[in-house]
Design a protein around this ligand. Structure first.
Ligand code: ADP
Ligand code: MG
Length: 219
């Protein structure tokens, strides 16, 4: 894993996040983290790629949480951030990282996975989580059921966008985009590769004047 010499604390992240990183024994950002974090902190939409295992999860979680910590919610009850991942397993992994980064905060986080009890998830949503991690199909089911509104969404994050599209989730991504359609939304797309026609097509549709980062020669 390529390491840069500037430590996390030079990126200007909230001290609660730096403390959480310290507890995990992480001091130095990986290359994708080093490049993506400042861009996301500046509020830009972003499409980014780097290979599996390069640390993409923290590349989007750290700056996203920082921005949420530093700003007031746009809406009163809708979630502020939604992170989509292609599979149950990947969504769980993102959720666990999110949980450990926010352990010192009062954020209410919901994990909405396909295959789990729908009514239990409705109960979770009634508690008005500020952060949601979900698989796209189940999230779309909740939009259909009106158990969830995304009018106040500030951050839409698509992890492993290439895989989500390969799995046939284009329709759900479009539906989610439409439900959260407003000018102040920041949208981030992460992928193992940017050399993927459907990823670029989706980015054209969902992102506003995005910055583009591709780490590694394969891109
Ligand atoms: P990707 O999404 O790019 O496949 P992950 O975000 O899953 O990669 O991270 C892969 C592994 O690298 C995880 O175990 C994670 O804890 C570890 N990791 C992430 N960032 C760092 C870092 N800055 N320093 C050391 N290890 C890291
Ligand atoms: Mg990943």
């Amino acid at each position: 894993m390529a390491q840069h010499t500037e430590p996390f604390k030079d990126l200007g992240l909230d001290t609660r996040l730096l403390t959480a990183l310290e507890h995990q024994g992480l001091h130095t950002p990986t290359e994708i983290q080093d490049q993506a974090i400042p861009v996301i902190l500046s509020g830009f939409d972003l499409i980014a790629s780097s290979k599996t295992g390069s640390g993409k999860t923290l590349a989007f979680l750290l700056p996203s949480l920082h921005r949420l910590m530093k700003t007031k919610a746009l809406g009163k009850r809708d979630p502020r951030a939604l992170i989509l991942a292609p599979t149950r397993e990947l969504a769980k992994q993102v959720y666990e990282q999110l949980r450990s980064l926010t352990s010192g905060t009062s954020y209410n986080i919901a994990l909405l996975l396909g295959g789990e009890n729908f009514n239990d998830q409705i109960k979770l949503l009634r508690r008005q989580p500020q952060l949601i991690v979900a698989t796209p199909g189940r999230l779309a089911n909740h939009l259909d059921a009106r158990s969830l509104m995304l009018n106040g969404l500030e951050l839409l994050i698509m992890d492993e966008a290439d895989r989500m599209l390969d799995l046939g989730f284009a329709k759900e991504l479009n539906q989610i985009n439409d439900a959260a359609d407003h000018r102040r939304r920041q949208t981030l797309m992460f992928s193992a590769t940017l050399d993927h026609a459907q990823v670029n097509e989706m980015a054209d549709k969902l992102l506003k004047a995005p910055k583009r980062i591709a780490v590694g020669a394969a891109n």
